[in-house]
Design a binder for this molecule. Structure first.
Ligand code: ZN
Length: 297
């Protein structure tokens, strides 16, 4: 049986799996993201151990970013300018590939999650489509012309500029680069700073959620107008709250105001903006799909 490795390096947690080419998981582990030395050693140790029992054809890595994805670059596979302490200029791909002698491919965690949803989740074969994660950070991965969207670097839609009415929401935003960009206003962290309590403690009818839904809807509307996606999958910690889907769909419809003449948007919002079909495993299974596609193009 052909087996592949998948790694999702998240801001707080790392998940490693070994799975077959249909995404069936044979082995799995997870541990907290600490400093790079310790974290990367644990990834390597898991796969070295697995490779004693299985033949693993290739490994896919989906990582938090920003990450250099230009194969021609001297710093290909490096985490670049992250605010995450200790992780700037870390040669993530190099360190893992020097320790494990198998083909390896790297992309962002959100692009990996988009690949997971496109391969086995809520957006199978749907193109173009986008995946947003809204949690401790905000990121977007996209599938266009059956390939993950890459350009100068990778999409950074989490930092798009959205309308911020300071009379309604005096919170100045929490992005260290832009203040009140989308991520500055709408991460779980921003929510906690604004309301001075963790999001989980706020009831569904708290005004926090309509404000949050409005910011997310603004970003989705911009994305709908720009990329014309046929489906939008929303994952991440904030989206664990199911009531948010209802609010976001309403806000997207209100902001678009029937401008986009698509039946999917006018009558099918419930199947247009959806949760991930793979739950919390979109990223790591997407990394497996990246590895499979890399080994068998
Ligand atoms: Zn920003």
């Amino acid at each position: 049986m052909k087996l592949f490795g998948g790694v999702e390096t998240g801001g707080t947690k790392i998940v490693c799996v070994v799975a077959d080419g249909d995404g069936n998981i044979a082995a799995e582990t997870s541990f907290p993201t600490t400093n790079p030395d310790e974290t990367i050693s644990r990834v390597i140790a898991f796969f070295k151990d697995q490779m004693r029992a299985h033949s693993i054809e290739a490994l896919g890595i989906g990582t938090f970013g920003p990450v250099d994805l230009d194969p021609q670059s001297r710093t290909y596979g490096y985490i670049t300018t992250t605010p995450k302490p200790g992780w700037s200029n870390i040669d993530l791909l190099g360190r893992i590939s020097r320790a494990l002698p198998i083909p390896m491919v790297i992309d962002t965690d959100v692009n990996a999650a988009a690949m997971g949803e496109y391969t086995w989740g809520s957006a199978i074969g749907i193109d173009p489509f986008v995946y947003f994660t809204i949690g401790t950070g905000i990121g977007m991965g996209g599938m266009v012309n059956h390939a993950l969207l890459h350009g100068l670097t990778h999409p950074e839609a989490g930092h798009m500029i959205i309308h911020h009415d300071v009379r309604l929401d005096p919170f100045p935003g929490a992005c260290t680069y832009h203040g009140d960009c989308f991520e500055g206003l709408a991460t779980g962290f921003a929510l906690e700073k604004r309301w001075k309590t963790r999001g989980e403690t706020l009831p569904d009818d708290h005004p926090a959620w309509l404000l949050e839904a409005n910011y997310i809807a603004q970003a989705l509307v911009n994305t709908i107008l720009m990329l014309s996606p046929k489906k939008i999958v929303l994952g991440g910690g904030v989206m664990q709250r199911q009531a948010m889907f209802v609010l976001i769909r309403q806000e997207v419809a209100r902001l678009l105001n029937d401008y986009v003449k698509s039946d999917q948007i006018l009558n099918g919002m419930d199947t247009f903006i959806v949760p991930p079909g793979l739950g919390k495993r979109s990223g790591v299974l997407g990394a497996v799909a990246l590895a499979r596609n890399y080994a068998h193009p």
